[in-house]
Design a protein around this ligand. Structure first.
Ligand code: FE2
Length: 334
């Protein structure tokens, strides 16, 4: 079976082609990356880039896999969650491909895809998943046919916290230099923990926007070294995520922890989770950098799992869902 998947929820237009054969399941992995000139993602600008470069990326993916659309069994597409204008480009292209070539269309939830590609490439079987990216912070575990949310951010995501702080104090963009976030790098020279910054765990959840506001206020006051602020910010942010992940581990009794999403590549966060895994006697899995960020392969792979269970969607009903939660999705393949 061969499935072509399209990702376009935020800054990446990705096209992946995968097969269910055991060896070398990735046949193609093409990406078009939107990089904002200033500030954060501008959804309309990103969507314009996707509309312009997306079709070429699909042609490149088919060429590099040595396939034509005739040999593709199904088209999978991330219908959400994500930014409306970006999502609509991927959905439109996927509907066109499915209609024109007479292929089944498979709806994929972007967050489910991060988990599934993590399971596929790390070999984890039934982990507590820590999903961290620019737009998401969630602690997930598979219970009763769904990936349930055991904790999440109530406002902004961990990646957003780090990027916004870096941008406002003049450390970025770029936010990641040689695999390390600029806030992590700056924190390495920090010496002192600043007590004025708030701890951010709220019950099972975290909330980062108050921490961001407080950190920026202190940075602008000029009373503190930026290095100390970065150190304190990242310690609070990372430790709060570890705290809610640990609670999920205790509650579910699972024996594995898996890090997925763009922020999973952080070596500092990884070393903290290594320590946590040692303390709790569980095994740690980290998705490799190639599949940590958004990509088409994870959509194609999840599409393949779903299609094998007979999940497809009528082209006329395949509309985007900007706030499609992971715990709304039934997972019949597990
Ligand atoms: Fe993502």
């Amino acid at each position: 079976m061969i499935v072509l998947g399209i990702e376009s929820t935020a800054h990446t237009f990705g096209v992946g082609i995968v097969t269910d054969e055991k060896e070398n399941f990735v046949l193609a992995d093409e990406r078009v990356q939107y990089v904002p000139r200033t500030g954060g993602i501008h959804p309309r600008e990103a969507s314009r880039l996707f509309a312009e470069k997306g079709p070429e990326a699909i042609a490149r993916a088919l060429r590099s896999a040595g396939l034509t659309m005739k040999e593709v069994d199904a088209v999978a597409v991330a219908l959400g969650p994500g930014m409306g204008p970006c999502l609509r480009v991927g959905a439109t292209i996927a509907r066109c491909l499915a209609t024109y070539f007479g292929k089944p269309l498979v709806p994929v939830n972007h967050a489910v895809a991060h988990v599934e590609i993590g399971l596929k490439v790390t070999g984890a079987r039934d982990p507590v998943t820590v999903y961290l990216s620019g737009g998401n912070t969630a602690i997930l575990a598979f219970v009763d046919r769904r990936y349930r949310v055991f904790g999440e951010t109530l406002d902004i995501a961990l990646g957003n916290l780090l990027d916004t702080f870096a941008r406002e104090v003049g450390l970025g963009p770029p936010y990641v230099v040689q695999g390390m976030h600029v806030v992590d790098r700056c924190a390495e020279k920090g010496r002192r923990f600043i007590k004025e910054l708030p701890y951010v765990v709220r019950g099972q959840d975290v909330a980062f926007s108050g921490l961001l506001t407080a950190a920026l206020r202190l940075a602008r006051s000029g009373r503190y070294d930026l290095e100390d602020l970065c150190l304190t910010l990242r310690e609070i942010a990372y430790n709060s995520v570890i705290e809610i992940a640990a609670r999920c581990l205790m509650h579910t009794g699972k024996k594995e922890v898996m890090l997925v999403g763009g922020v999973a590549a952080s070596p500092i966060l990884r070393s903290k989770f290594e320590e946590m895994a040692r303390v709790y006697g569980v095994e740690l899995f980290v998705v490799p950098p190639r599949y940590a960020g958004d990509n088409g392969v994870m959509i194609a792979w999840t599409g393949l799992l779903a299609y094998r269970c007979g999940i497809t969607i009528d082209v006329r009903r395949a509309i985007v869902r900007q706030r499609w939660r992971i715990d709304e999705v039934e997972i019949p393949w597990r």
